[in-house]
Ligand binder design. Structure first.
Ligand code: NDP
Length: 407
């Protein structure tokens, strides 16, 4: 496969990304009646996803991990009912869209290289899907809601009982779908290590105007069924026994950190480390009771809770956290596990590096780059191409940092 040719044609298509994606979906839906029904009503996040996946492929052509990534993507696409016929239809529409967007750059050689590349991608994705099916893994897990607890105006903890065992590593996330918002999937971290009773817990923060988070926080209740997709994500324990570690979480970022700590409490109760729990205000410090219980099982864990002082600026919590982190020592000896809003993760990771933490040892999920910490160029195509998987809540939907929020 001619990697250079793939990259150079993609660079041309990328400049007209919005146009190419619109053409792609119009072509796909026009030529394949019935396929539109497989996609959500709101196609905007979907467009980002396609481009994010394509960008990942083009930027990782020489990466030996690419085959595994595509296998996982195929495994995950079983929840969308992606059949071999759909993969073929997508391939045809993708090549038509690329030809349309690339103009004169779409030579016979370019078409040949992309046909071959897409064939390879589809083959690896289908192999991932087949392997999961062969291992008896369902395309998704139906899960009964058994408990729904509210904290503050816009936070809920949902306890679910999947109808088939859901194997996962502490710290991983799942896709969640509800019949209340058809065909939409959103990612949430599982908030515990696997439990003996098989239940799992999701922590959901409602986003103004967010259909799924509103449905989960305000409308969903016990007795309802949600769908969960295969667990994924790399925010999992990576510290060798005896190694020092720091956990830092904000808001519902507590969920994966709690799972990691529950695992450590069982496997390594003499662990030495520090935990920082950040919340926008006292009412949202819903983690406190659980953290206290974990601290009893992990006496070597130093716990700090940080919120903005009453009636203070809303961004004071992060400032207080950064001050507390600067007061700590031996950052070069710690693994750091980080979870929370994308801007928070970017800001804290930057400060940790300044303090001497090895960037390889700062562990967090892949979140979209946003706000003033964005390092990518900010062209229209770049904005469209920006969000990598998993698709987290749209941070733009939140009140700007520092602006007054009503709660
Ligand atoms: N695996 C992961 O990484 C997970 C990530 N998440 C993400 O975490 C978020 C949770 O939302 P929610 O519970 O409502 O959190 P909040 O909006 O309540 O934020 C929690 C804290 O994070 C700080 N914060 C928020 N935005 C920024 C920013 N741009 N820069 C610096 N600090 C910031 C706030 O500090 P201040 O008060 O100083 O503004 C606040 O105290 C969601 O975006 C969700 O997608 C959730 C679960 C797992």
């Amino acid at each position: 496969m001619d990697h250079q040719l793939l990259r150079s044609t993609f660079a041309v298509v990328e400049r007209r990304a919005e146009h190419a994606v619109t053409f792609f979906y119009s072509h796909l839906f026009w030529h394949n009646p019935g396929v539109r029904e497989l996609f959500p009503e709101d196609m905007l996040p979907q467009r980002d996803r396609l481009l994010a996946a394509l960008t990942h492929v083009v930027t990782h052509l020489e990466d030996p991990g690419l085959a595994a990534y595509l296998g996982q993507l195929g495994r995950d696409h079983r929840k969308f009912l992606a059949s071999p016929a759909l993969y073929a239809a997508v391939g045809q529409s993708l090549l038509a869209a690329f030809a349309h967007a690339a103009g004169a750059a779409w030579t016979i050689e370019a078409e040949k290289a992309w046909t071959e590349a897409y064939g390879h991608v589809a083959e690896l994705m289908l192999a991932g899907a087949d392997a999961a099916a062969g291992a008896g893994e369902p395309a998704w897990w139906d899960a009964d809601v058994v408990r729904h607890e509210r904290y503050g105006d816009d936070l809920a903890v949902l306890t679910l009982r999947p109808r088939q065992p859901l194997l996962h590593l502490p710290g991983q996330y799942v896709g969640v779908s509800s019949l209340r918002v058809p065909r939409v999937w959103r990612t949430y971290s599982l908030a515990d290590a696997p439990r003996p009773d098989g239940t799992v817990e999701l922590h959901v923060s409602r986003i103004a105007g967010g259909a799924m988070s509103t449905a989960l926080v305000e409308e969903t209740g016990p007795g309802e069924v949600l769908r969960l997709s295969a667990p994924g994500g790399g925010l999992v324990a990576r510290t060798p026994p005896g190694g020092l570690r720091t956990y830092i979480c904000a808001g519902t970022g507590w969920a994966p950190v709690r799972a990691l700590l529950a695992e450590a409490a069982a496997a390594e109760p003499d662990l030495e480390g520090r935990l920082f729990v950040v919340a926008r205000s006292k009412e949202y410090l819903y983690a406190r009771e659980d953290a206290e219980r974990l601290k009893e099982r992990l006496p070597g864990l130093n716990v700090t809770y940080i919120t903005a002082a009453p009636r203070q600026r809303k961004d004071q919590a992060t400032e207080r956290l950064l001050r507390a982190l600067r007061a700590c020592v031996r950052w070069s000896a710690h693994d750091v596990y980080l979870a929370g809003p994308p801007g928070f993760v970017a800001e804290v990771a930057e400060v940790l590096e300044e303090l001497g933490t090895d960037p390889e040892r700062i562990h967090h999920d892949t979140l979209p780059s946003v706000g003033r910490f964005t390092t990518r160029p900010n062209t229209a195509a770049e904005r469209l191409l920006g969000p990598p998987t998993p698709l987290w809540h749209d941070p733009e939907a939140r009140a700007p940092r520092g602006a007054s929020r009503s709660f």
